[in-house]
Design a protein around this ligand. Structure first.
Ligand SMILES: [Zn+2]
Length: 255
C-alpha cells in the first residue's frame, strides 16, 4: 500500500478511536456503560445521528452547537479526537516497527483519557489504569521492547514504589497524599515502559507538576491532579527517555 494511504487510514482510525475515547471520558467516571445507549446531546438528551457524530467535522459543520436545542457542545470533543488522531499518526511516523507504533498509540490514548478524566473530576477510571495494565503486559509479548519480564518488573516496581510513597506520605502528612488511581496508573505505565523509564516518569511528572501546578495549588488550595502530570511525564519519557538517561549518565554521573 502506498505510504500516504496508510497514513490517511491511520489518521481516520485514530480520529475514530478519539471519538470512542470521548464516550469513555464522560461515562467511565460516572459508572455508565460505554456501549449503550448511543451518544446523545448532554443538554437536551436527543440521540445523535451518524452525521452529527463524525470526528471533528461534525463539530465544525454544526459550529459547536446541537442541531436540536442549539446548546453549545464542548470544544473538548473535537480536541480529544484531534489529539488522538495525532497520537496515532505520530506513533506510526516515529516508531520503526508496527508493534512499537501500535503499543505507543494505545499507551498514548490511555494517557490522554486519564489526563482528561483526572483534570475534570479527579478520577482515574480502573478501565484505563487496570485495563491498560493488562494491555501493556499483553503487548510485551510482541517482538521488541519491553520484554514480558521487563514489563512485569516495571509494573511491579512502579506499584511498590508508589504504594510506599502513599504509605509514607499518609504517615507524614496525616492525610492521604496519593490516590489509589495514581498507584494503579503507574503500574500501567511500568508495564508499557519497564522499571527504569517508570521511575523516570515519576521524576519528570513530579517536576512538571510542581513547576506548573505548585503555584496554583499554593494559591487556591486546589488538589493536584497528579494523573495529568504523570501522563505528561510518561509522554516525555516515551519520546526522550533514552536521551534523558544518556544525559544523566554522561553529565551527572560522568561515566
Ligand atoms: Zn441538544
Amino acid at each position: 500500500m502506498p505510504e500516504l494511504l496508510i497514513l490517511i487510514y491511520t489518521a481516520i482510525f485514530g480520529l475514530a478511536i478519539g471519538s470512542f475515547l470521548n464516550v469513555c471520558i464522560v461515562r467511565l467516571p460516572a459508572g455508565r456503560s460505554i456501549l449503550r445507549p448511543r451518544s446523545a446531546c448532554p443538554a437536551c438528551g436527543r440521540q445523535l445521528r451518524w452525521y452529527e457524530n463524525i470526528p471533528v467535522l461534525s463539530f465544525l459543520a454544526l459550529r459547536g452547537r446541537c442541531l436540536g436545542c442549539k446548546g453549545p457542545i464542548s470544544i473538548r470533543y473535537p480536541l480529544v479526537e484531534l489529539a488522538t488522531g495525532l497520537i496515532w499518526v505520530g506513533s506510526y511516523l516515529y516508531f520503526e516497527t508496527v508493534w512499537q507504533a501500535l503499543s505507543a498509540a494505545i499507551f498514548g490514548t490511555l494517557l490522554l483519557g486519564i489526563a482528561v478524566t483526572d483534570a475534570r473530576e479527579y478520577i482515574i477510571p480502573d478501565e484505563f489504569s487496570l485495563g491498560g495494565l493488562v494491555l501493556g503486559l499483553a503487548l510485551s509479548l510482541a517482538p521488541g521492547r519491553p520484554t514480558p519480564l521487563w514489563s512485569l518488573a516495571g509494573a511491579g516496581l512502579a506499584f511498590a514504589l508508589m504504594y510506599g510513597v502513599a504509605v509514607v506520605g499518609e504517615w507524614a502528612f496525616k492525610k492521604p497524599a496519593l490516590g489509589g488511581g495514581d498507584i494503579k496508573m503507574l503500574a500501567m505505565i511500568g508495564a508499557f515502559l519497564g522499571p527504569l523509564h517508570a521511575v523516570l516518569t515519576i521524576f519528570v511528572g513530579s517536576v512538571v507538576g510542581a513547576v506548573i501546578f505548585g503555584p496554583i495549588a499554593l494559591k487556591t488550595g486546589r488538589l493536584v491532579p497528579f494523573g495529568v502530570f504523570l501522563a505528561v511525564g510518561a509522554a516525555v519519557v516515551v519520546l526522550w527517555g533514552d536521551a534523558l538517561v544518556g544525559w544523566y549518565v554522561t553529565h551527572i554521573l560522568r561515566l
